[in-house]
Ligand binder design. Structure first.
Ligand SMILES: Cc1cc2nc3c(=O)[nH]c(=O)nc-3n(C[C@H](O)[C@H](O)[C@H](O)COP(=O)(O)OP(=O)(O)OC[C@H]3O[C@@H](n4cnc5c(N)ncnc54)[C@H](O)[C@@H]3O)c2cc1C
Length: 459
């Protein structure tokens, strides 16, 4: 028997999970299938950028994330026992009205995924494990997907959040243009270490042998170990292999890796998918962009792909014009291209310094077809409303709705679950209507009620 759903999400990583939460909180019927038998281990994408933290605020998981996340501790570089450099990757910053989460936070990827799974469960959803997508066909009305479980699913849309090796992207014949740097590989693992403080990111450089980095992983007793591997060398990914690599590069006595919790060999790929969509199939996250981990952009960009696509899929399933879905690739692909340039630059420069460019707060959809006098992220901040009450912008935005700031006490829009209207006095006062998209970017800013109505009909 063929089962039915509106949206089939393939892949239960951070991108697929964010999309599932976005759909679940809008009551959209969906399934999320994951081929692995159980949730992934691995601290992998551990840096949560300020913009992602704002999204997690909107998804109502920020408290859980901040409960175990920490700012990155200072970096200490040594040659053997001799310190040669100490500094911070990120400039310390305190929260402001406009930017409540100013710092990159460290939070292991497995825990970020666990938090999103928990949120999904609260909203009535769940990841189906041991459920690999093995094939699919699409026609004008939907997608028929086959799972390794033997089930056949008929979905209105399929979203491939199936990672860098995306079988969906390959099946569609979508090019993944760029380069693989075979010679630039790194051992990446989660380890327990005896005899080492957790108050620094430890870097050891041994001329001729290479570098090894240990990040004390926030909220755990583990460290993430990262060590570049020379071309032609086959690293030993067992515990003794890690112990030998660490001893050789750190030249330390008395500090020992005691346990290997998770291990991988990471090869630097710098690639961007030629298209993000083929008919009723969309691609998101690592399935469309691969790059160096430098700058910690990968997981964050995947979360933001899903945050962009989720509300658009929901609107179209609710009757909005199909053309709204074209804006997903239009908005997200240029940002991914820019992010690839940035992470490659940081990778090649071998710099640990990070700044506003990597925080993703300045990313904008300005100039796109959904940005009419808008396109920028809406900052948080206090508001005075026309009725004399006070509010915070992010409190007004939190949830799946559009937010309309309008001087008109009865604007010609439905003030219901889709659009919440407020009459502001300060700021955003005056004669303009400002419509904020569900993902927190200004959609339209206009003093014409007709233009506002036209925009709302489009979305
Ligand atoms: C080894 C490794 C180390 C990394 N280190 C860092 C780092 O240090 N810093 C950083 O910022 N980023 C790092 N990343 C990148 C970061 O982890 C990714 O950007 C992030 O995981 C992307 O999330 P995603 O959900 O798009 O894809 P993924 O996390 O790859 O999730 C895709 C999921 O789809 C599932 N899947 C695949 N095919 C199918 C199928 N046919 N059917 C069902 N399920 C399927 C997979 O099992 C997987 O769970 C690393 C990635 C890897 C692989």
């Amino acid at each position: 028997m063929t089962e039915k759903t509106d949206v089939l999400i393939v892949g239960g990583g951070p991108t697929g999970l964010t999309l599932a939460v976005e759909l679940a909180r809008r009551g959209i019927d969906h399934r999320i299938v994951e081929r692995a038998p159980e949730p992934a281990l691995g601290s992998k994408g551990k840096g949560l950028q300020p913009r992602t933290l704002e999204i997690f605020d909107d998804l109502e998981v920020i408290g859980r994330v901040l409960a175990s996340a920490t700012v990155y501790p200072p970096l200490r570089v040594r040659i053997g026992p001799v310190p040669v450099y100490q500094g911070r990757m990120h400039k310390p910053a305190t929260a402001t009205d406009a930017v409540p989460y100013p710092m990159v936070m460290m939070h292991p990827q497995w825990r970020t995924e666990a938090v999103l799974r928990e949120r999904l469960a609260e909203l009535g959803g769940k990841v189906e494990h041991d459920a690999e997508l093995t094939g699919f066909e699409q026609d004008a009305r939907g997608v028929t997907a086959r799972l390794g479980t033997g089930a056949t699913l008929r979905a209105g849309y399929l979203v491939a959040a199936d990672g860098g090796k995306s079988t969906v992207r390959k099946a569609l014949g979508i090019g993944f243009t760029g380069q693989t740097r075979e010679e630039e590989r790194m051992v990446l693992g989660d380890v327990r270490v005896e005899g080492l403080g957790r108050d620094h990111i430890h870097v050891w450089v041994r001329p001729g042998k290479g570098m090894v980095v240990l990040y004390p992983m926030a909220g755990t007793d583990a460290f993430q170990l990262l060590a570049p591997i020379k071309a032609g060398v086959r690293p030993d990914l067992t515990l003794p292999g890690y112990q030998q690599l660490f001893a050789e590069r750190s030249m330390l006595r008395g500090v020992r890796i005691t346990e290997l919790l998770w291990s991988s060999l990471y090869r630097v790929n710098i690639r961007l998918a030629d298209r993000y969509r083929a008919g009723r199939v969309f691609l998101a996250g690592d399935a469309v962009h691969a790059h160096s981990p430098a700058g910690g952009q990968g997981l964050n960009t995947g979360v933001q792909d899903a945050y962009n696509l989720g509300w658009k899929l929901a609107r179209v399933l609710g009757g909005a014009p199909q053309s709204l879905l074209d804006t997903y690739e239009e908005e997200r692909r240029p940002l991914a291209a820019r992010m690839l340039g940035l992470s490659t630059y940081l990778h090649d420069k071998k710099t640990y310094k990070r700044d506003e460019e990597t925080y993703q707060l300045q990313l904008s959809y300005r100039g796109g077809s959904l940005a009419q006098g808008g396109g920028d992220r809406v900052p948080d901040g206090p508001l005075l409303l026309a009725d004399g009450s006070r509010a915070r912008m992010f409190d007004l935005l939190r949830g799946p709705h559009f937010t309309l700031l309008s001087p008109d006490p009865a604007p010609r829009v439905p003030n219901g679950p889709q659009v919440r209207a407020h009459a502001p006095a300060e700021p955003y006062g005056g004669a303009r209507h400002t419509l904020i998209r569900p993902d927190g970017y200004v959609g339209i800013s206009t003093d014409s009620s007709d233009e506002l109505a036209g925009y709302l009909a489009m979305v």
